[in-house]
Design a protein. Structure first.
Length: 364
C-alpha cells in the first residue's frame, strides 16, 4: 500500500546554501564544493491518515473447521469476538468480515454443493425477533457480535478431510462471493484459520490424511503465490497475512484428547511465510484474538518513504506528538522496503495527522 506523499527537497549550491540555512534555521549536511555538487538538507514527508490517502480497509476471512471435534473451539471464538474487534472499532477501520469452512474446497469437485459461499446464520435480536446475519459483516452491521456468532458457529457435521488451504482459495475465487465485494482490491486481506487438524489439500477427492511426505500435497508456497496474485502483492510489500489457531505441540494435542487431532505443521508454514500470528487452541482465545487483530492492523498503518533516511535522523509524529521507536507501543522502520509501521497504543486513528522527518541518504 503506497501512500501519497508530498516532499519538499531543498537543494542549494554551496555558496547559497549557507545563506539559506541561516534564513531557514537549517543546517547543512556534508557540503562538497570541489565538484560543484548539490547538498541535500532535511526532507520532510507529511501524511494525512484519511480515507483519501491512507488505506484503512481490512478484509478478514475466517476459515473455521466444522468437523466433529470443533464445537468447543468454535464457541471460544464466538465468545471472545469482542476482544478481536475492539481495536478495529476504536481506530475507525473500514473492515469486512466473512466466514467459510474447511470443507468449502468440495465445490472444486462439485460446484452444485455451494459450500464455498460465505456462511450466514440466524440469531435472536434485542427485540426477540429472528434475524439473518449478512454474509459480509461491516462496522455498520446491526447486532455485530450476534451476527458474527451466527456466522462463525458452523456446527460439527462437516467433512473430516479438512483442507483449509484449498477452502480459502475456493471461497476467495467464488464469483458469487466476489459479487458481494469481498475481497476488495484495495484492502489488506487477513485470513484466520481455526482447526484442530492440519491441512491436506491436493487435486484429488480422496484423503491424504497424515501423508505429509506425499508429493501430491499442495505446497504452502503455492497459496502464498495465490494470495500475492489476488492482492497485487510482492515479497517485499504484502497486502495479506494468514493466521492460524491450531495445535502446535504434543502437550496441547494430548490435552485436547489426542485422537485424530494433529500438530499443524502446514498451517505453521503458511502462517510464517505470510507474517501472521500462530495461536494455540490450548491458550486463552481472548489473548490470541487480540494478538491477531493487532497484527492485522499493522499493515494498514504502514507508510512508505520515497528516500532512505540517514541513520539516526528519522523522527515520527502523530498529531504533533513524537512517537518513540518501539515495536510494542511505537513505530519501527523497515529498511528492506523503506517503510514505517505503528504498533500498540501508537496506532493512529482515522484522521490523525502524521508527519515524518529525516535526512535522506545520498543526493537527488
Amino acid at each position: 500500500m503506497k501512500n501519497r506523499t508530498t516532499h519538499t527537497n531543498v537543494l542549494y549550491r554551496s555558496a547559497l546554501s549557507i545563506m539559506a540555512a541561516g534564513l531557514l534555521g537549517l543546517s547543512l549536511v556534508g557540503c562538497g564544493q570541489k565538484d560543484a555538487s548539490f547538498d541535500l538538507l532535511a526532507e520532510s514527508t507529511s501524511f494525512n491518515q484519511s480515507a483519501a490517502e491512507v488505506n484503512g480497509k481490512i478484509d478478514i476471512l475466517w476459515v473455521i473447521d466444522n468437523s466433529g471435534s470443533m464445537a468447543t473451539s468454535q464457541q471460544a471464538v464466538a465468545d471472545n469476538f469482542s476482544r478481536f474487534i475492539e481495536k478495529f472499532q476504536a481506530n475507525g477501520f473500514d473492515f469486512q468480515i466473512a466466514v467459510t469452512t474447511s470443507e468449502a474446497y468440495k465445490d472444486v469437485f462439485n460446484p452444485s454443493l455451494l459450500k464455498s459461499r460465505y456462511s450466514t446464520g440466524t440469531y435472536t435480536n434485542g427485540l426477540g425477533a429472528t434475524a439473518t446475519a449478512p454474509a459480509i459483516l461491516t462496522p455498520t452491521t446491526p447486532d455485530l457480535e450476534l451476527a458474527f456468532k451466527a456466522n462463525i458457529l458452523r456446527g460439527i457435521n462437516g467433512s473430516g478431510d479438512e483442507r483449509a488451504f484449498q477452502s480459502l482459495k475456493a471461497s476467495l475465487a467464488n464469483t458469487d462471493n466476489q459479487a458481494l465485494g469481498f475481497p476488495r482490491a484495495d484492502a489488506h486481506l487477513s485470513v484466520i484459520i481455526v482447526s484442530d487438524e492440519d491441512d491436506f489439500s491436493w487435486d484429488g477427492t480422496g484423503s491424504l490424511d497424515n501423508m505429509y511426505s506425499d508429493p501430491r500435497l499442495h505446497t504452502a508456497q503455492s497459496y502464498v503465490d495465490f494470495l500475492d496474485g489476488i492482492t497485487s502483492s510482492t515479497a517485499g510489500n504484502r497486502h495479506h497475512s494468514v493466521n492460524s489457531i491450531a495445535i502446535f505441540d504434543e502437550t496441547c494435542r494430548t490435552g485436547l484428547g489426542g485422537g485424530v487431532r494433529k500438530i499443524a505443521d502446514r498451517y505453521r508454514a503458511l502462517t510464517e511465510l505470510t507474517g501472521g500470528i500462530l495461536g494455540s487452541l490450548c491458550d486463552d482465545f481472548g489473548t490470541t484474538l487480540s494478538r491477531i487483530s493487532s497484527r492485522t492492523i499493522e499493515p494498514s498503518t504502514r507508510f512508505y518513504l520515497d528516500r532512505a533516511p540517514a541513520t539516526g535522523t528519522l523522527r515520527v509524529y502523530v498529531n504533533g506528538s513524537e512517537v518513540p521507536a518501539d515495536s510494542t507501543n511505537g513505530y519501527s522502520y523497515d529498511a528492506t522496503n523503506n517503510s514505517i509501521s505503528f504498533y500498540g497504543t501508537a496506532v493512529p486513528a482515522a484522521g490523525a495527522q502524521i508527519s515524518v522527518t529525516y535526512d535522506p541518504t545520498g543526493l537527488r
